[in-house]
Design a protein around this ligand. Structure first.
Ligand code: NAD
Length: 256
């Protein structure tokens, strides 16, 4: 059941959830290809990991950058077995009439187009290798629910589930599994931009306290489910989205 010796590419690897997956997989003996727009933090992370690691600074919404990250991994390790396609940005917290086309395009470009480019590059490499593979996408509780003030983010993360299902159908017959984690609230830099206001860290902490488990999650708690989905323990799972949210998705907002 061990992932030791496999090669995994992680996008958004310098961030809270991506770096947690990197540390978790490194502890399991997985060699890593780490990519993010923030090359400085990537390099610092790689120095701290106990496995062979390749870093590639690039933007997940830029086709050439995505393909170059895969090429860098293949040049170093000869293959890539696993992908955690995780990079994402929060949407602007605005009312629908104020949502700009520029913000819509930016959020959809990184969260959905970026996921598509990552999935496509993964499949192209898996088809060369002819040995199957596994992909985990980072969806969100925002893939399953909506609010009226975060439309671009919800649309992008709902779109990730459509991508996931289509890719799982394509991948099944060739031995490629595609699943997703849907985190709830995990304190990371994702919320830093909103400061102390709605959607910021304090607001998220208050919201996390109302979930069934009454607390936010940790990066490690998401990473352990990513590792499970990438591994043989999940050999009969594909097209699935696993909520890792302290029970938040189980709560009905409409009481019977
Ligand atoms: P984070 O901000 O700590 O990490 C995101 C990383 O993505 C950063 O390192 C950033 O530099 C990188 N990134 C941003 N734009 C990029 C681009 N265009 N190309 C490449 N890299 C880019 O946030 P996080 O919480 O670790 O978020 C990771 C994923 O988890 C995102 O997809 C996010 O939507 C999702 N998510 C997070 C939470 C949460 O509570 N933190 C909940 C649900 C879903």
């Amino acid at each position: 059941m061990s992932l030791a010796g496999k090669v995994c590419l992680i996008t958004g690897a310098a961030g809270g959830l991506g770096s947690a997956t990197a540390r978790r997989l490194a502890a399991d003996g997985v060699r890593l290809v780490l990519t993010d727009v923030d090359g400085g933090r990537l390099a610092a992370l790689a120095e701290d990991l106990p496995v062979e690691t390749v870093v590639h600074a690039g933007d997940v919404s830029v086709e050439a950058d995505v393909d170059a990250a895969v090429a860098a991994g293949v040049a170093a390790f000869g293959r890539i077995d696993l992908h955690h396609l995780n990079a994402g940005v929060p949407g602007p917290l605005v009312r629908l009439p104020e949502l700009s086309v520029a913000d819509w395009d930016r959020v959809l470009g990184i969260n959905l187009r970026g996921a598509f480019l990552g999935v496509r590059a993964a499949f192209r490499q898996y088809e060369v290798q002819r040995s199957g593979g596994a992909i985990v996408l980072t969806a969100s509780i925002a893939s399953l629910r909506a609010s009226d003030d975060l439309l671009a983010y919800h649309a992008s993360k709902h779109g990730v589930l459509g991508l996931l299902k289509g890719a799982a159908l394509y991948g099944g017959p060739i031995g490629v599994r595609v699943n997703a984690v849907a985190p709830g609230i995990v304190p990371t830099a994702l919320f830093a931009g909103a400061g102390d206001g709605p959607g910021g860290g304090d607001d998220m902490a208050r919201r996390a306290a109302t979930t069934p488990l009454r607390r936010p999650g940790t990066g490690d708690e998401i990473a352990s489910v990513v590792a499970f989905l990438l591994g043989e323990g999940a050999a009969y799972m594909t097209g699935e989205t696993v909520s890792v949210d302290g029970g938040a998705a189980a709560v009905s907002t409409v009481r019977p």
